[in-house]
Write a protein that binds this ligand. Structure first.
Ligand SMILES: Cc1cc2nc3c(=O)[nH]c(=O)nc-3n(C[C@H](O)[C@H](O)[C@H](O)COP(=O)(O)OP(=O)(O)OC[C@H]3O[C@@H](n4cnc5c(N)ncnc54)[C@H](O)[C@@H]3O)c2cc1C
Length: 398
């Protein structure tokens, strides 16, 4: 095969965390990179709550930055359907609340300053492979752009993996979510509050995240109820005097990753690949990390497309090495948790209440596998398994 004539070495679809990180890494490695972003402005609209662990930020090489940081968090309060909350607290800050729109803009700007070309208001509608060994993207207005490799970082709902011969995440596992930006709330200190139960967020959970001393981001996701009604009830019950300043909707992905994240001339990363924690739907850190790996692999592939498949394979191996076993255990925890009745949830929280010390010591916001395994060995929890099974059966026939 002769030299391939293409417009770019790497095209990245989507300027979210995964896309901008992929583009930056590919450009740093010497590739000519284009990002296509469907919206006019990067980061807008924003759907995300913006909770990230500080250790996760470190993992992706990102310092909390004045332009996107909102608040440091030292712990979380878990509110069972009934009874007192369980408080998990660390001596030092463990998490950062960030303004997601600003984070995306910061990352895209950083990629552009590294030489990446960013084309906004351009939607990639189709992935194509050409006979000369190159690939390309057809845009919504019928335009065509070619490259040696395409990185799909276009988020939940992407169709490009299917067009490249890969599976897509199970999009039925996208839970409708809704959030309010509340002001005039009482101080939440430096804690995130998480609310469980069928009256709050059946099958998932609701959250309140402090964004300032008297402002909070309150939301929930659920595949089983009317999210607007549920959220209005939650707000009326807990923050009756608060004022809703803004409303954001978006779907939380809890499917877990697809079986294979590459095919010839194609890589998929971030939400588009199911790179999210199934327990919470959180994907900023894992998406950012996998995006970086995808960008490096894409750049290496582009230098020798005829023999470069090994770099695409390595991408798969590397992201799995870091996240796969934790994601497997989070997937199991999610499956066990999602069908539980309020009664079983209360019992589960009673067991957790006696293990606050373990959770404080071993719990990790991103790598939850260790604490999940530890708790699944707890005898009182094992005794709950018949109830869990019965709840699941009931949910299936409901
Ligand atoms: C309500 C809610 C709360 C959340 N809270 C948290 C949280 O607190 N912490 C956390 O870690 N995660 C959270 N998440 C998940 C997190 O937002 C995602 O995991 C993360 O955004 C994934 O990043 P990404 O870069 O893969 O995709 P995205 O951030 O979705 O970026 C994809 C980009 O691609 C663009 N795009 C899409 N299709 C195309 C196309 N065809 N052509 C061109 N451009 C396209 C989009 O406009 C977008 O800019 C939350 C999600 C929701 C819905």
């Amino acid at each position: 095969m002769g030299a391939i004539s293409v417009d770019y070495d790497v095209i990245v679809v989507g300027a979210g965390v995964a896309g901008s990180e992929a583009a930056l890494e590919a450009s740093k490695a010497g590739s000519k990179v284009l990002i296509l972003e469907e919206h006019q402005q990067v980061g807008v609209p924003s759907h995300c709550s913006g909770v990230v662990s500080l250790s996760g930020m470190k993992l992706i090489g990102l310092e909390p930055n004045q332009s996107f940081s909102q608040k440091l968090i030292i712990g979380a309060r878990f509110h069972p359907p009934k009874g007192e909350p369980i408080e998990i607290r660390k001596p030092d800050p463990v998490a950062l609340i960030l303004n997601r729109m600003r984070l995306d803009q910061f990352l895209a700007k950083r990629a552009v300053s590294q030489g990446v070309e960013l084309r906004t208001s351009t939607r990639a509608s189709k992935f194509v492979r050409h006979e000369n060994g190159s690939a390309g993207v057809v845009t919504q207005d019928g335009g065509k752009v070619t490259a040696k490799v395409i990185v799909d970082a276009s988020g939940a709902g992407s169709r490009l993996p299917g067009q490249a011969g890969l599976d897509t995440p199970d999009w039925s596992e996208l839970l409708p979510g809704l959030q309010y930006e509340l002001v005039e709330t009482p101080s939440q200190d430096d804690f995130v509050d998480l609310f469980f139960g069928s009256k709050r967020a059946p099958g998932f959970f609701a959250w309140s995240i402090p964004t300032g001393d008297h402002s909070s981001r309150v939301g929930l996701a659920s595949g089983k109820g009317n999210v607007k009604k549920l959220l209005d009830n939650l707000v009326a019950e807990n923050w009756p005097k608060a004022v809703v300043e803004a409303t954001k909707s978006g779907s939380v992905l809890v499917s877990g990753p697809i079986g294979k994240c590459w095919s010839h001339n194609f890589l998929v990363t971030g939400d588009a690949a199911g790179h999210v924690k199934q327990t919470t739907g959180g994907g900023i850190i894992i998406g950012g990390y996998c995006g970086q790996l995808a960008g490096k692999a894409a750049s290496q592939f582009s230098t020798a497309p005829e023999t470069g498949v090994k770099f695409l394979r390595e991408y798969e191996m590397k992201w799995r090495e870091t996240f796969s076993s934790d994601l497997r255990r989070m997937g199991l925890a999610r499956k066990l948790f999602s069908g539980l009745s309020d009664e079983t949830l209360n019992r589960l929280f009673d067991v957790l209440r006696d293990h606050v010390g373990d959770i404080q010591d071993m719990g990790d916001i991103d790598f939850q596998g260790k604490i999940i395994s530890r708790m699944l060995r707890e005898r009182r929890l094992v005794k709950l398994l018949p109830r869990v099974a019965a709840d699941h059966l009931k949910a299936v026939f409901a």
